[in-house]
Design a protein around this ligand. Structure first.
Ligand SMILES: NC(=O)C1=CN([C@@H]2O[C@H](COP(=O)(O)OP(=O)(O)OC[C@H]3O[C@@H](n4cnc5c(N)ncnc54)[C@H](OP(=O)(O)O)[C@@H]3O)[C@@H](O)[C@H]2O)C=CC1
Ligand SMILES: O=C(O)C1=N[C@H](C(=O)O)C[C@H](O)C1
Length: 232
């Protein structure tokens, strides 16, 4: 499979190595907006850039009928428009706030726990995410996915950074050194605390998941999520 990497920073470089180790040809390594010329006839694009440029990058690839796997976070207000463009162009799009197997299992655990905890008003819920100091967006895309999983299965109506009012789920975002990504969900009562936590030791799991998603999507049409790839 011919893979174009749009965004060639911390993630793009690891994805390059994983792609080659799985027998793929990396035909483009871009740190600029793609064009049909510089995508070099790719079968699939893996996009890890930044929140400012992701929308335009994805749009260009989809309009050229190239399927896109996107891991860039912090641009989600425009996701419905991207999904429409993918369908209009009869191609495929998959956004994952987090491509690691562990976090996708954690998402399922989080939703099941939220269903149970919703029956017990003694407990209040909060989210915490910790990332490296270079991260541009807050809260993390993964924390937003966790919050959506809880809201869908509870009486919370929305999430909010830091301090909250009733029916708002609080997310606390901490920036610390070179932390690759740590997410915790807390349920606290007057007398105790339940915590579920995922800690990424490095970025390799994110990269492997993105390449597996690219292998899965290459012959498909439509809008997908990592759940579809993993059969969850
Ligand atoms: N979904 C997931 O599993 C994960 C998602 N992420 C997300 O992925 C994104 C990238 O993370 P990371 O690799 O750590 O970030 P980096 O800052 O290390 O890399 C970003 C890259 O994008 C390049 N870039 C800048 N402008 C453009 C443009 N117009 N078109 C294409 N590329 C451009 C930068 O080039 P230059 O340096 O020249 O500016 C750089 O190479 C972030 O949004 C992060 O939150 C990260 C890890 C896992
Ligand atoms: O910026 C990062 O580094 C990460 N971003 C993703 C997010 O926003 O959730 C995934 C991972 O936590 C690393």
């Amino acid at each position: 499979m011919k893979i174009a990497l749009v965004g060639y920073g911390k993630m793009g470089k690891i994805i390059d190595g994983v792609s080659q180790s799985r027998g793929h040809e990396v035909v483009a390594r871009l740190r600029e907006t793609p064009t049909i010329e510089n995508l070099n006839d790719a079968d699939v694009v893996i996009e890890f850039s930044n929140p400012e440029v992701a929308f335009q990058n994805i749009k260009t690839c989809l309009e050229n009928k190239i399927p896109v796997i996107c891991g860039t976070t912090g641009w989600l207000d425009k996701k419905p428009e991207i999904e429409r463009i993918a369908l209009e162009n009869n191609t495929a799009f998959l956004y994952g706030s987090n491509f690691s197997l562990g976090v996708n299992l954690f998402f399922a655990l989080n939703e099941n726990l939220a269903k149970i905890m919703n029956k017990f008003s003694e407990y209040n819920c909060q989210l915490e995410e910790i990332h490296h100091i270079h991260k541009l967006d807050a809260p993390s895309g993964t924390a937003i996915s966790l919050a959506e999983g809880i809201i869908h299965n509870s009486n919370f109506e929305a999430w909010k950074l830091d301090e909250t009012k009733e029916k708002e789920l609080g997310i606390f975002a901490i920036r610390e050194n070179e932390v690759p990504g740590t997410h915790s969900v807390f349920y606290r009562s007057e007398v105790d605390e339940i915590e579920i936590k995922h800690t990424a030791y490095n970025r390799n799991g994110f990269a492997l998941g993105a390449v597996i998603a690219a292998e899965w999507i290459v012959d498909k049409k439509g809008v997908f999520a990592m759940k579809d790839v993993l059969g969850l």
